[in-house]
Design a protein around this ligand. Structure first.
Ligand SMILES: *[C@@H]1O[C@H](CO)[C@@H](O)[C@H](O)[C@H]1NC(C)=O
Ligand SMILES: *[C@@H]1O[C@H](CO)[C@@H](O)[C@H](O)[C@H]1NC(C)=O
Ligand SMILES: [Zn+2]
Length: 184
């Protein structure tokens, strides 16, 4: 019985490890403390994809610097309580924790309370992130489903599908529109 329980636990750990990419935590990228956190009712039914329309980055050092800059902009210029996105993805193929799984974001007006906002670091109007980077996003989304933060029958949208914006850039928008869960 004890052995069986150990095996079950090991399998569960493996499933989590397979389904979830490593996430650079807030303390790792040296986040500021949020002013406030509103809980997100999970599982949410939507994922909304963004780009930051800022600098590209290809290392943990440069992406962390970029994420800190975005957090400061959102807190100091926009007056938000924290960085707006739930997660960010760099072209270093790492995921950066924003507000995380269960705090409501500030990334898509009227949609924040029913979605996870994932933003690619950089500007993707002319070229999309490469397939490896796109796969990191897919794996993060699968992880959200497996951990119960995103509904199994979720819908994926680009920011421009819910408001008037160029975000997430023509090339990235074209790429995500091929994904099976996409709906304009
Ligand atoms: C989200 O907020 C809107 C506007 O306040 C509200 O009508 C809606 O019921 C909320 N949805 C959820 C899932 O909380
Ligand atoms: C990237 O993925 C797209 C869509 O699945 C595919 O058409 C393209 O050939 C891939 N590119 C590379 C370099 O693997
Ligand atoms: Zn956006």
């Amino acid at each position: 019985m004890l052995l069986l329980m150990r095996v079950v636990r090991l399998l569960a750990l493996c499933a989590v490890a397979l389904g979830c990419p490593t996430i650079v935590s807030r303390s790792q990228w040296e986040a500021r403390v949020p002013r406030n956190r509103d809980p997100l009712g999970t599982p949410v039914p939507y994922v909304i994809i963004h780009h930051t329309a800022g600098n590209h980055c290809t290392s943990q050092v440069s992406c962390s610097r970029e994420v800190r800059g975005i957090q400061s902009y959102h807190m100091d210029k926009n007056g938000w309580s924290d960085i707006g996105y739930n997660f960010l993805i760099g072209e270093d193929d790492r995921v950066y924790e924003g507000r995380g799984w269960s705090t409501m974001g500030a990334h898509a007006k009227n949609w924040n309370n029913k979605s996870l906002g994932i933003s690619f670091l950089g500007s993707f109007s002319k070229t999309a992130p490469d397939n490896t980077t796109l796969t990191v996003a897919k794996s993060l989304i699968q992880c959200a489903v497996s951990r119960g933060f995103l509904s199994e029958s979720y819908t994926l949208k680009g920011h421009r599908d819910v408001t008037s914006t160029q975000c997430p850039g023509d090339a990235l928008y074209e790429a995500i529109s091929q994904w099976p869960e996409f709906e304009a």
